[in-house]
Design a protein around this ligand. Structure first.
Ligand code: GP9
Ligand code: MN
Length: 697
């Protein structure tokens, strides 16, 4: 044997050598699992480098703990820590296979409620080869037991152990620094478990998940049913009467929630170079059977889309930091739109989205909200040309949704979350049909192109709805989830709005997003009431004729005498009279700053501020204290999360059974002939010529 190999092999008989071997083997299998078992969506050289790096820091730190111990004990401790880390890897491989997500401390803790029936399905998902992740641990133990590798009984110098720990910590700092650089706010915004693993590794994810869950349970443990008193008193004081002209007008109709990604109100009727950006949505907005709101604001914070979803379907605010859906969606009790409509009026509910299931913790939160079905990226045909940015392109998404939609028993509540009009607004050439704007801000200028694309995609979908007979028996609710152009782009915003500069008042008004409610026979028109996302659910429940004694912080936008002060999540607000940003108050009519407030103005503003601060903090108390567990309205049964599974095979089987039982789906109405062929799209990716040329993933 050549000398250097002999020397190297000889090194494993030292503590440091054996430790290094253990770390390298652990790294190797983790990396193989990253590549073969998980879909982490690694893009580009930096992310690839981070992925290679990320198992090292925590492996060195954790395995390094053993080195602080004496004699043979350190070897056995090393093996125990290795086995524990491996078990976490093993458990996640299995969990991921079933749920396309990583196991969280919340899921483990609340097993039973949100455990996703893990135990039951374990036997079905386990492969014999899964146990190979233990191969290195077993091999190392055998090598030690049979003295192939000799245990080095000398104490490992404390300063060496400390140096290794420091190396681990330093590597961790490098990993964290590079990750934050690549994806800012990674830890605070709580996007997706996949992200934490991709950037910081499985072990860090474990720690992070335990921390989140502990934080969550601490506030939950402190809360008690008496905390509800102030919430209920507040809601009683702010309750409005329903509008009898609209109450129950949509009873029994299917409901479509069309989530227009990053779509701002200013796009409506907006022109670039004399060309209308969103012709179809404009037409829809002005349709006589569409109720359109032109003073409707997004109220999201860091949780962006997930905050919008939380408000829309629960009438609860998102949190000041992070995403409520991610942090509390798995374990809290909710009384959300899907569950309410199911229990009150027998609706089937389904969410459709062309991204992975784990983003914003949808896969768990939707169960808590009572969604019967969730169709995410795994349900759609994947091809590299079909995707852009976060996932499926809207035209393909809408079209491929239909094969599931037609199977849903009616009436249904269906939420379709679009995706293409998402920052950084890139769109392939073949899908561009309008020129970019020319502000010179590259992240802004593509916005009109992706908005136009969304407009066309929606138009195609409506054409299908009409052909399939769905248009006339459905209520369509369209809304923009949040700004597309953030306040960091002031100069570009000024140009888009045709102004020299923009004030904080302008930026507050720039938070308007569309809300349109359309239904055949609905008395439409443009409604000027001031409201926000928090108000949508009470409005819809009134239109659907559902008795509303739920804890909801919004009020029906159609009600008379409603409070029109709209809270932003940071405590600023807009209203028909005053707009307040930081310490500055503006006249909402003129946009002028009011420098000297009269006593009456001061009083009015104080009242408004009080209202805003109170509703935000009470809503936070409901979420952080999980207060809905103490409040179950009459006729409502607590949602049993374990009833739901979003696994494709389970879903398809369940739809088939329902089809036979209920016979109310579009498919049944068409004598079991699929309506997919009624769908017409000009998506170039689906035309036969490009189909053969485009590369498959
Ligand atoms: C991802 C999508 C985008 O699935 O919903 O979320 P956002 O970045 O807009 O919050
Ligand atoms: Mn969004």
């Amino acid at each position: 044997m050549p000398k250097f190999i002999k020397n190297t092999v000889g090194k494993v008989n030292t503590t440091l050598g054996f430790f290094t071997l253990t770390v390298v083997l652990f790294w190797l299998k983790t990396y193989i699992a990253y590549k073969t078992e998980f879909t982490l969506g690694v893009k580009g050289a930096v992310q690839q480098f981070i992925l290679i790096l990320n198992p090292f820091p925590t492996a060195i730190i954790l395995l390094g703990i053993a080195l602080y111990f004496r004699g043979r004990l350190k070897y056995w401790l090393l093996m125990i820590i290795d086995a524990l880390q491996t078990t976490w890897l093993f458990a996640n491989i299995l969990y991921y296979r079933e749920f396309s997500d990583f196991m969280s401390a919340g899921v483990i803790k609340s097993s039973g409620a949100a455990s996703n029936n893990l135990g039951k399905s374990l036997s079905q998902i386990i492969h014999g080869t899964d146990f190979l992740v233990y191969a290195d641990v077993i091999l190392l133990i055998l090598l030690l037991v049979f003295h192939v590798i000799r245990i080095d009984p000398r104490p490992f110098k404390l300063r060496y152990a400390a140096t290794l720990t420091m190396i681990g910590v330093a590597l961790f700092a490098v990993d964290l620094g590079m990750s934050e650089h690549d994806r800012s706010d990674l830890l605070t915004r709580t996007f997706d478990n996949n992200y934490i693993v991709k950037y910081l590794g499985l072990n860090t994810y474990a720690g992070y998940s335990v921390y989140q869950t502990e934080k969550e349970s601490a506030t939950r443990a402190k809360a008690s049913s008496s905390d509800l008193k102030s919430v209920l008193a507040y809601l009683k004081k702010n309750k409005t009467d329903t509008n009898i002209q609209y109450y129950g007008k949509a009873k029994g109709k299917n409901v479509f929630i069309i989530h227009l990604e990053s779509f701002q109100q200013f796009l409506i009727d907006y022109k670039v170079d004399g060309k209308t950006v969103t012709p179809y949505l404009n037409k829809f907005y002005h349709n006589k059977s569409t109720l359109s709101f032109d003073n409707f604001y997004n109220q999201v914070a860091q949780g962006k889309t997930s905050d919008a979803e939380m408000m829309l379907e629960n009438s609860l605010f998102g949190l000041p930091t992070g995403s409520a859906m991610t942090q509390y969606g798995t374990s809290n009790t909710f009384q959300a739109a899907p569950a309410i409509l199911d229990q009150a009026q027998g609706y089937t509910s389904a969410a459709f989205h062309g991204d992975v299931a784990s983003f914003w913790n949808r896969d768990n939160a939707y169960k808590s909200w009572g969604y019967n079905y969730f169709f995410y990226s795994a349900y759609y045909k994947e091809k590299s040309s079909y995707n852009i940015g976060y996932g499926l392109k809207d035209k393909i998404f809408f079209k491929d949704t239909v094969k599931y939609l037609e199977q849903l028993p009616q009436p249904f509540y269906a939420k379709l979350i679009t995706l293409t009009n998402h920052y950084p607004y890139t769109l392939d050439k073949q899908n561009q049909s309008i020129k970019k704007t020319t502000t010179g801000d590259s992240t802004v200028d593509g916005y009109v192109q992706t908005a136009r694309y969304l407009d066309q995609a929606f138009a195609e979908f409506v054409t299908y709805l009409k052909k399939a007979g769905l248009y006339k028996n459905s209520m369509l609710v369209l809304y923009g989830d949040h700004y597309g152009i953030s306040n960091n782009h002031r100069a570009a915003i000024a140009q888009l709005l045709g102004k020299k500069t923009v004030t904080s008042y302008d930026l507050a008004q720039f938070q308007k997003v569309p809300l349109m409610i359309h239904m055949n026979g609905l008395k439409g028109g443009i409604n000027h009431t001031y409201g926000g996302e928090i108000d949508v659910l009470p409005t819809l429940l009134d239109l659907l004729g559902v008795k509303n004694d739920y804890i909801q912080f919004g009020n029906d936008l159609l009600a008379k005498g409603r409070n029109q002060t709209v809270a932003f999540r940071n405590g600023n607000f807009v209203s028909p009279t005053y707009t307040k940003v930081g310490g500055t108050v503006y006249d909402s009519k003129t946009g002028q700053e009011i420098k000297h407030l009269t006593a009456a103005q001061q009083k009015a503003i104080k009242q408004m501020q009080n209202h805003v601060t109170t509703e935000l903090s009470l809503s936070d108390r409901v979420i952080e204290g999980d207060l809905l567990r103490f409040y179950t309205p009459k006729n409502f049964k607590k949602v049993d999360k374990s009833k739901y599974s979003y696994k494709p095979t389970t879903t398809l089987k369940s739809l088939e059974t329902l089809e036979k039982e209920k016979k109310t789906s579009v498919l049944s109405k068409h004598k079991d002939k699929s309506t997919v062929d009624l769908y017409k799209t000009d998506a170039p990716e689906l035309s036969s010529s490009s189909d053969s040329s485009s590369s498959s993933k």
